[in-house]
Design a protein around this ligand. Structure first.
Ligand code: 17E
Ligand code: FE2
Length: 429
């Protein structure tokens, strides 16, 4: 059999020694050392890391690239962000949503992201955010897998119209049912919103991804409601609890009991350390909480954790590039995951962990027979990738080279240099 693309000398994550990877059309057809094959195109990777693509498990593409519109977030809180967005979303048009989303997705793809789960606000009457992202999902499907969450930013019961809008969003084809129980007006509304979300997900056969307890209030306890609903419904890995930052403020006695229920529930977690280290703790003076969920303990207890970017330049966060290595690096710091195994786990949380959250494990990974979606990093290990925020040199999507990036080159002036050869940043560090 001939290959269309043959990658020689690739370092895989869980395998000693280098291998060749053969791709025919859109599939991986062989993985072994020194393949005897002919290929249309052949690359020698010289031991560089080949990974399955990054998975962005939590982002808001409808608000991406709107930072400063109509004003900047001064308090830095989640709640001021929601108010600014409430004003900005009155101006949404299909073109506005689609242009910004595609621009953000292209930027993400250039950093090696080929799977994205985006929330779309469905608490605005015209459903423009949702309809725009559903059209984008279709428009990009040949190079990017996009899942859309119907997310009621203002609360499922925040106004009378919202419950019907959620259902309409599911009829229009949203992949995932979202929610925001900690922002409902009463605790009772929060509980019944979670119950409603599970009912809708089962009725429409969709996944669940709830913004859950994104607040520093240790009394915000909707995660236990999600765990109970997951155990009772058997929805397990089809359910994701996002943010869960209050878990970082619960006392240890309650956290211990909760962890037991979470293990029984088999739900996924998504933490967004870049955003929550800045949004949370705003009402604290000192000591100031980190406002991030218990990532390390969830991982140690065998639960699936993925890491998301959450924002790319929007009312909640004026920075953000789409590069998941920046998110993994932040998790290493904020979650104190500095041990070598822990650093490697943070890389897994932006790759395989994200694939579990999105429920795409059947097609995800570097294995013979799977779709040829993979990235070549300017690094030899996950540790080195995070260490130097490695350039993703090539992104291969559905067997085609989608984008290539040349790592920066540092040239010393002659009188300083020992060598006249250009030295890459990688060699210098
Ligand atoms: N909306 C929300 O409720 N929480 C967030 N972190 C963002 C939007 C970005
Ligand atoms: Fe979010």
């Amino acid at each position: 059999m001939d290959a269309t693309l043959l990658l020689r000398g690739a370092q895989l994550i869980d395998r000693e020694g280098l291998v060749d990877i053969a791709i025919a059309d859109d599939r991986i057809v062989a993985i072994a050392p020194d393949l005897r094959m002919v290929a249309v195109t052949e690359w020698d990777l010289g031991g560089q890391l080949v990974s399955a693509p990054f998975v962005e498990s939590h982002i808001h593409l409808d608000s991406a690239l709107t930072a400063g519109e109509p004003r900047w977030n001064r308090s830095g809180t989640l709640f001021e962000g929601i108010e600014i967005w409430r004003d900005r979303k009155q101006q949404l048009t299909m073109a506005d949503v689609k242009n910004r989303a595609v621009q953000a997705l292209k930027q993400q793809a250039s950093y090696g992201v080929l799977y994205v789960r985006s929330h779309a606000d469905v608490s605005e009457r015209s459903l423009t955010a949702l309809k725009g992202l559903l059209e984008v999902r279709e428009a990009v499907k040949d190079w990017m897998t996009l899942q859309v969450v119907a997310f009621p930013q203002d609360g499922l019961y925040g106004s009378e119209k919202n419950e019907a809008l959620m259902e309409e969003a599911l009829k229009l084809g949203a992949d995932v049912v979202g929610g925001i129980p900690h922002y409902e007006m009463t605790r009772e509304d929060g509980v019944r919103s979670v119950e409603k979300i599970f009912e809708l997900a089962q009725r429409y056969d969709r996944l669940i991804d709830v913004h859950c307890d994104e607040i520093d209030d240790p009394q915000s306890r909707f995660l236990e409601v999600m765990a109970a609903c997951s155990i009772r419904s058997g929805m397990k890995h089809r359910v994701t609890a996002s943010h869960t930052t209050a878990f970082g403020s619960y006392d240890d006695a309650y956290a211990l009991k909760l962890m037991g229920f979470l293990k029984r529930s088999h739900i996924n977690f998504t933490a967004n350390p870049l955003i929550n280290i800045t949004l949370q703790g705003r009402t604290d003076t000192y000591p100031k909480r980190r406002g991030v969920t218990r990532v390390k303990e969830l991982w140690q207890n065998g639960l699936n954790v993925s890491l998301g970017h959450d924002c790319i330049q929007d009312p909640w966060y004026s920075l953000g590039t789409g590069n998941l290595l920046a998110v993994a690096e932040m998790a290493v710091h904020v979650c104190q995951m500095t041990g070598m195994e822990e650093i490697e786990a943070c890389f897994e949380m932006v790759t395989a962990g994200g694939a579990k959250t999105l429920n795409v494990t059947d097609e995800y990974g570097i294995e013979v027979g799977k779709p040829a979606n993979l990235i070549v990093l300017d690094a030899q290990s996950p540790y080195e990738a995070i260490l130097k925020r490695a350039t993703v040199k090539a992104v291969i999507s559905r067997g085609q080279v989608l984008v290539e990036t040349i790592p920066p080159v540092v040239r010393w002036a002659n009188q300083m240099g020992q060598s006249k050869e250009p030295v890459t940043r990688a060699e210098r560090s």
